[in-house]
Design a protein around this ligand. Structure first.
Ligand code: ADP
Length: 245
């Protein structure tokens, strides 16, 4: 369970990115943070893995208060899928997926490319689940399409079976058809693993299609919280309306 209790974030330059968010995300939920650019989605997301520290308020991740003492322990339970994939292009798909275990594998194994057999098996299984062929598994990531690269990013995130997976605009650089396939793969794997997913998106149709729950954000505040069915045209228009309109 993830819980935000009256969370605020004000950046050093005075920007109020998150302005009093209280939110409880239960285990195994696929929760989409929906809103336009600058709404505060990314700031909220990055608080869950301790990359951004709240200015005030309390945050619980996997039911434990996130603070200086618990941060590194909690970070091991939270994986991230990035907008621009964050893969090492010249390395193979297999190596990139295995890099999801870097924090738990001795350095000599990483340098020697000698990952434990169990991890290699799981990497291969995840690649297969992501629809990547055996040939692609051994290919350099640079040779894959954007959609395939993001599938590698998803496999890497799930390698250690984390209870929480964050996805920061995971399909922002993909075309609509590819975006659908990638989100479908993400949701499927999350369900198989029982993982809680917090995913930021700016496309209403994708949020409706894939979320269990939509949290609509605007100007650092939650302005909608409900099921995809409850997000009607009026509610979605309110999310994107310009101030004063
Ligand atoms: P979103 O993910 O919805 O696009 P962000 O969380 O990235 O929103 O940004 C929310 C607001 O905070 C925006 O006004 C953005 O410009 C600002 N912001 C984000 N990161 C920083 C930062 N490091 N320093 C100052 N302002 C920031």
């Amino acid at each position: 369970m993830i819980e935000f209790r009256d969370i605020h974030k004000r950046y050093a330059d005075g920007t109020r990115a998150v302005d009093g968010v209280s939110l409880s995300i239960p285990e195994s939920q696929f929760c989409v943070l929906l809103g336009s650019s600058g709404a505060g989605k990314s700031t909220l997301l990055k608080m869950i893995n301790g990359m951004v520290e709240p200015t005030s308020g309390e945050l619980l991740v996997t039911s434990e208060a996130l603070n200086g003492k618990t941060r590194s322990r909690i970070q091991r339970r939270v994986a991230m899928i990035h907008q621009h994939f964050n893969l090492v292009a010249r390395l193979s798909v297999e190596t990139n997926i295995l890099s999801g275990a870097i924090a738990t594998v001795p350095a000599w194994r990483i340098f020697a490319g000698a990952y434990p057999a169990e991890l290699r098996r799981r990497a291969a299984l995840l690649a297969e689940e992501m629809g990547l062929s055996e040939v692609q598994f051994h290919r350099r990531c640079a040779d894959l399409s954007g959609g395939q690269q993001q599938r590698v990013g998803i496999a890497r995130a799930f390698l250690l079976q984390p209870p929480v997976v964050l996805a920061d605009e995971p399909v922002a650089s993909l075309d609509p058809a590819t975006s659908n396939g990638v989100l479908k793969a993400l949701r499927h794997t999350a369900r198989e693993n029982g993982a809680t997913v917090v995913c930021s998106l700016h496309q209403v149709d994708l949020a409706r299609a894939f979320a269990d729950r939509i949290v609509g954000m605007r100007d650092g505040r939650v302005v909608f919280d409900g099921s995809p069915e409850a997000l009607d045209t009026t509610a979605s228009e309110a999310l994107y309306a310009r101030a004063g309109s």
